[in-house]
Design a protein around this ligand. Structure first.
Ligand code: 5GP
Length: 191
């Protein structure tokens, strides 16, 4: 999506460790008009898909997913990062490894908000190693819900998450795929 790529070039900052900072429009301050354009783009791309629920993970996916949900006219549920898991069987749970924070954390979704009749479009801001997406897909599998697609704003194509998800047969639709980025020059190239 050209508008998003242009914005990444203009306002994205490449940090050491292959991390792209997009705090000025996506991860801290949010450009909701841009989110609306992104949502329209996913609506076009998933026009053939019979989706009845949007899903994301807290925190940075929520803003984008909420705008996507409004565009599709569907509910959105976000996986919560859990400090302690209630073992009364009321939630689906998955463990996610965060490379950016170098630790594991549990996420939960209540059984009330996801189930066998759901056809889910998962939305997130970044796809890198794919751990966050693996966790959400696992929760959908536990619930018997179908993952119809995964919509990602920015995929880091030089990390393996996207390739692995696609190899599993999942439909991953990223609006901008970064081929390479250089923390010395700040240069970013797209696939
Ligand atoms: P993954 O689980 O695919 O390795 O990473 C996905 C999550 O890590 C995203 O939801 C995002 O929060 C964070 N992340 C990974 N790489 C980057 C990056 O380059 N920039 C930012 N801002 N977040 C990232």
């Amino acid at each position: 999506m050209e508008l998003l790529k242009k914005r990444i070039i203009e306002d994205g900052v490449v940090k050491p460790g292959k991390v792209l900072k997009v705090d000025s429009f996506l991860n801290h301050q949010m450009d909701v008009a841009l989110f609306q354009e992104m949502a329209r783009e996913w609506k076009r791309r998933f026009a053939d898909a019979d989706i009845n629920k949007i899903m994301t993970i807290e925190a940075s996916g929520i803003g984008i997913a909420a705008v996507v949900a409004a565009e599709f006219g569907l509910p959105v549920v976000f996986a919560k990062k859990a400090h302690s898991i209630n073992l009364d069987g009321s939630v689906y749970t998955s463990k996610i490894h965060s490379y950016t924070h170098q630790r594991d954390y549990d996420v939960i979704v209540s059984k009330k908000y996801i189930g066998k009749t759901d056809r889910v479009l998962i939305i997130d801001d970044f796809l890198a190693n794919g751990c966050a997406m693996d966790g959400l897909v696992e929760i959908c599998e536990q619930a018997g819900a179908e993952v119809v697609g995964i919509g990602i704003a920015i995929e880091k194509g030089f990390q393996q998450g996207g390739a692995e998800l696609r190899a599993r047969g999942l439909r991953v639709d990223s609006l901008a795929i970064i081929e390479s980025m250089d923390d010395q020059t700040g240069e970013i190239s797209f696939r």
